[in-house]
Design a protein around this ligand. Structure first.
Ligand code: DC
Length: 226
């Protein structure tokens, strides 16, 4: 099977819908590649901060996005990926709240999105790709084999994020997390280019009342039925 013909499972949805966890389990299960497209926006934001590039300097951000020196390595001790930016491991650094806010500002810039398009599409290699993002089914892989739009209520997503941070020993305030999720949702859904919305042919899965295993099983069943 050629690379362009390899299957893609595109999983889009808002922050905290469980996409990251679900995508990494499914990719491992199928032995496929994994694209964490949000990490690319986070990496541009972090690189900008490290090079003292302001988030309104579009030209410099586009140049950064086009030449981002990044490597993704499978992490054998975990389900996820080790992310290396300019020779330094930044797997945790890109997950900070500050980086999340900066990434959502970087992601509204059309030319930055354009600069990251080819890099995202290059992740499609045999035997297949699980792509995690906001516009995987609508823009990056419009011909994906299966398009899923994962969602959950804002309150449930904030609770998940809160528990994750507490588990990591980070002290957080629930109201601030809820507020942050709501602000990011607004920015992600209201931007002019590639706003967060389900592709017409995406299947919407509300994970509010589902366990991780339930969601994985549901997506696998939908893929098998294709
Ligand atoms: O999924 P995430 O939280 O790591 O994404 C970080 C930011 O990037 C978030 O504000 C949404 C944005 N994003 C995007 O606009 N398009 C994507 N395909 C993935 C993420």
């Amino acid at each position: 099977m050629t690379e362009e013909n390899s299957p893609v499972i595109a999983i889009d949805g808002p922050s905290g819908s469980g996409k990251g966890t679900i995508c990494s389990i499914i990719a491992q299960h199928l032995g496929w590649h994994l694209l964490d497209s949000g990490a690319l926006y986070r990496l541009v934001a972090l690189a900008a901060q490290r090079h003292s590039i302001l988030l309104d300097n579009e030209e410099a951000l586009v140049a950064l996005a086009a030449h981002l020196d990044v490597e993704f390595h499978a992490d054998t001790s975990d389900d996820g990926l080790v992310i290396v930016l300019e020779g330094e491991v930044v797997t945790d650094a890109i997950r900070s709240e500050e980086c999340s806010q900066m990434a959502s500002r970087v992601a509204v810039i059309p030319s930055v999105r354009e600069a990251l398009l080819g890099r995202q599409q290059a992740f499609l290699q045999a035997p297949g790709l699980v792509a995690d993002g906001r516009d995987m089914g609508s823009v990056v892989f419009p011909r994906a084999t299966l398009k899923i739009f994962l969602t959950a209520s804002q309150k449930i997503r904030a609770e998940r994020r809160y528990k994750q941070l507490i588990k990591k020993g980070i002290s957080v305030n629930f109201a601030a997390i809820l507020d942050d999720i709501s602000q990011r949702d607004d920015r992600d859904t209201q931007r002019n280019v590639s706003p967060l919305h389900a592709a017409d042919d995406a299947i919407i899965v509300d994970t509010s009342e589902m366990s991780i295993d339930d969601v994985v099983e549901k997506v696998m069943a939908l893929y098998r039925s294709k």
